[in-house]
Design a binder for this molecule. Sequence first.
Ligand SMILES: Nc1ncnc2c1ncn2[C@@H]1O[C@H](COP(=O)(O)OP(=O)(O)O)[C@@H](O)[C@H]1O
Ligand SMILES: [Mg+2]
Length: 378
Amino acid sequence: MPELYIGLMSGTSLDGIDAALVNFKDNKVQLVDFEYRPLSADIQNAIQRLSKPDALISLKEYGAMDARLGHLFADVVNTLLAKTDMPASSIKAIGSHGLTVYHAPEIRFPFSLQIGDPNVIAELTGITTVADFRRRDIAAKGQGAPLVPAFHQAVFQNPDEHRCIVNIGGIANITVLPKHQSTEVIGFDTGPGNTLMDLWIKLQRNLPYDKNGAWAKTGKIDHSLVELLKQDLYFKAPPPKSTGKEYFSLPWIYQYFDAFSYNAEDVQASLCFLTAITICDAIKQYAPNTERVLICGGGIHNAYLLELIQQQLECPVESTELYGLHPDHVEAMAFAWLARQTLNNLPGNLKEVTGAINSVILGGIYPGNKKGDIMSPE
Ligand SMILES: Nc1ncnc2c1ncn2[C@@H]1O[C@H](COP(=O)(O)OP(=O)(O)O)[C@@H](O)[C@H]1O
Ligand SMILES: [Mg+2]
């Protein structure tokens, strides 16, 4: 009998929704199928407005967006099930990350808010849904992020070599996997992944991202500018730490320099280099023994970014695909895995990563209603 879960992920890039159907039979991790749905411009704009530190948005609009995303997530799951010809009753649970509208782990009453109502997902799919993964870790005094390192450890740790996993989404995060299982795994957000490059090309050329880093490559890296940006306190702060697009934003760029007085492509090249160097500096500082770097997340498709990362590191830099998981699937698969942890009463956070005082079982459980569902006696 397979042991099937669905992971739903929608990251800070606001590009779209990833849904991974995963089989955990015999404690293996095997992708069965995958579905991707781009987010409409309408939703992207609404989320961007919601995410502003001083957003002027009504509770009605906020609540409606929460419900609307719940419908959208459910629809992606139902499309995935139709495609694979799987009945909902064969799926133990959905792990839904939700869409982050605000991540504020460092304020007096810290919080991280993901929306996409799991009640709607459970009702429209009939499948038990686990959601709201981050807030329990924050309640335990953690950052609530990153949460993928426990999954990275489960699938990529290797007794023969020190590895480092780099997930380049809107924000970039690393997981340091020592070859000795007894040594602590560490992980944290290094800072911007694609987000600054995405913001700049959107502003300058009205494109969602810099395909393969081709535009950045036509520019000239301004090293003194990168040095200036690297002085930001986030890069200097020790882990545990996490960040979001509320912080690494266009105002973040403008506070450091007058971006419009430079050639636009030179700014892009410099932001690309900043992204690469802050990832590599984090690896050099916190994982100096790394023998292999594995990359996942959409940033892997930015060939120029990858070139710059490889230039900074002496060890091989490769795709997670060579180690069993396609880089575009890893994060959604992680949320399928996290849902399984929760239903098995196992913790999902690594407290040394998030800084929580305890390992905690993450998320809320929203029971499904289909016959054969996980909530019925087996
Ligand atoms: N061909 C490509 N060239 C450059 N960047 C790309 C390419 N494909 C995807 N990306 C980048 O990857 C991002 C999406 O990555 P993803 O891992 O889904 O991030 P998130 O988890 O934040 O949603 C896009 O916004 C874009 O910046
Ligand atoms: Mg994405």
